[in-house]
Design a protein around this ligand. Structure first.
Ligand code: GLU
Length: 452
């Protein structure tokens, strides 16, 4: 039996970090077991599904390193769904019901008033042929419910362990709406059977549906797949992530300059018992990863943690790995410049800021407020003490040693006015490494622009 998993997004919006996490769990599981990964677009909702989202989801998955073995779309599989519905009707497991939403709500109200669970009373099963004909003559169209067994359904969940659901406590689920369209349940199960899906790995918001879904699998003659329901992401402060989905789309994280390996590492590893580390090699992570490492409690996604993780990943990047990207960003200076700035970067694209800072002619953004009059006199003296070119990474040491001697300044008072005047920032890469890229002419200009 080949392990087969599926990731089944509805193309009604962008992939957010929570979906990416489900996709990655499936991907790693398939890798670990030498299995297949199916990308299935659950696009039966024609009104809300959009082609641009299909394309964006594909691109986001590819960016994360996920390469589906097969892609299918539910909208192209309607004949299979219809055949399954027909079979369930024939076997008495799918029955027509005619209540309007208002009527159902009134029933539930009455049940609650009598302290009964608000479970559908199956009144539609009592309708005769003639009753149905009369309702349809009134213009009512049926919706279709699955007749549950009303029993204990058990499964061994890959994350949560032994699980049981009593389907007697549930209403018979509606599989087909009055307008003939399918709700998610039936197409999903039909396709899982047809695609020989062996493992359904998805968020724990689906646990409650699993009992009924197992009954539908069995009614269709399929072996239910193994289920694993992973914990859900919450924001750094514990709030449900959905409130901030916009800002945590995979696209926005990519645009913010995060490496795919950092996003994937954080998405997968938070909420597991594994250490949160940058992913160097996805196959190695697949080797360590096990559904059993996923914790039961919610997983906290903290964007600050992503920044730290990304910084570690960027520091580990060699020039040969980023050279082409630096070129595209307009960053010069070759391997030496990368070596100078990379230890201080959180994202690769910040290298472009530093290249601009060292290479631009005018330094406009020096925060004047941070320099006092004393400092200005000091900068003028510093300009006079500048060594002649050629400059290398020993120039800064020689220059500041001479300045220390001459002015008696030391520590922060010695270095900070120079850093501010030369870079416009109070923090950044080692000045010794930056100075040769700024060069003597620009250094003189920047010091005299700020000096007295
Ligand atoms: N399209 C469903 C969703 O996005 C898939 C759920 C499942 O994996 O079964 O929620």
């Amino acid at each position: 039996m080949t392990v087969t998993v599926r990731f089944a997004p509805s193309p009604t919006g962008r992939l957010h970090i929570g979906n990416a996490r489900t996709a990655l769990f499936n991907w790693l599981f398939a890798r670990k077991h030498g299995g297949r990964f199916v990308l299935r677009f659950d696009d039966t909702d024609a009104e809300r599904s959009r082609e641009e989202h299909v394309e964006a989801i594909r691109a986001d998955l590819a960016w994360l390193g996920i390469r589906p073995d097969l892609e299918v779309r539910q909208s192209e599989r309607r004949a299979l769904h219809d055949a399954a519905a027909e079979r369930l009707r024939r076997e008495g497991r799918l029955y027509a019901a005619y209540e309007t939403a208002d009527e159902l709500e009134r029933k539930r109200k009455r049940q609650r008033a009598r302290r009964l669970p608000p479970v559908y009373d199956r009144a539609a099963l009592e309708l005769s042929e003639a009753d149905r004909a009369a309702l349809e003559a009134e213009g009512r169209k049926p919706h279709w419910r699955f007749l549950l067994d009303r029993r204990q359904v058990h499964w061994e969940d890959g994350v949560r362990g032994a699980q049981g659901v009593d389907t007697a406590s549930m209403s018979d689920p509606v599989l087909i709406r009055a307008d003939g369209s399918y709700l998610y349940t039936l197409p999903s199960i039909v396709d899982d059977i047809d695609l020989s899906v062996t493992h359904v790995i998805r968020g724990e918001d689906h646990v409650a549906n699993t009992g009924a879904q197992i009954e539908v699998f069995e009614a269709l003659g399929g072996n239910p797949p193994a289920f694993a329901h992973h914990n859900l992401l919450v924001g750094g402060e514990g709030e449900a992530l959905s409130k901030r989905i916009g800002s945590l789309s995979v696209e926005s994280l990519r645009e913010a300059g995060y490496e795919p390996g950092s996003v994937a590492a954080l998405a997968v590893l938070i909420g597991t018992s594994l250490a949160v580390e940058p992913i160097v090699d996805i196959d190695r992570l697949a080797g360590q990863f096990d559904l059993a490492t996923i914790s039961r409690g919610p997983a906290r996604f903290d964007p600050r943690e992503l920044a730290k993780l990304n910084a570690r990943a960027v520091h580990a990047l060699g020039f040969e790995e980023v050279g082409a990207r630096l070129d595209a960003l307009g960053v010069g200076g070759g391997a030496a410049f990368w070596a100078a700035v990379s230890p201080n970067l959180e994202t690769v694209q910040e290298a472009a800021d530093w290249w601009r800072i060292v290479s631009q002619q005018a330094m406009s953004q020096i925060p004047d407020a941070e320099l006092c009059d004393d400092d200005r006199a000091y900068l003028a003296a510093a300009a006079e003490a500048l060594p002649g070119e050629p400059w290398d990474d020993t120039t800064w040491g020689a220059w500041t040693a001479a300045l220390k001697e001459r002015t008696g300044r030391k520590g922060k008072a010695l270095f900070m006015p120079l850093r501010l005047a030369l870079t416009g920032r109070s923090r950044g890469p080692e000045m010794a490494a930056l100075l040769p890229f700024i060069g003597r002419d620009r250094t003189v200009a920047r010091l005299s622009a700020r000096g007295l």
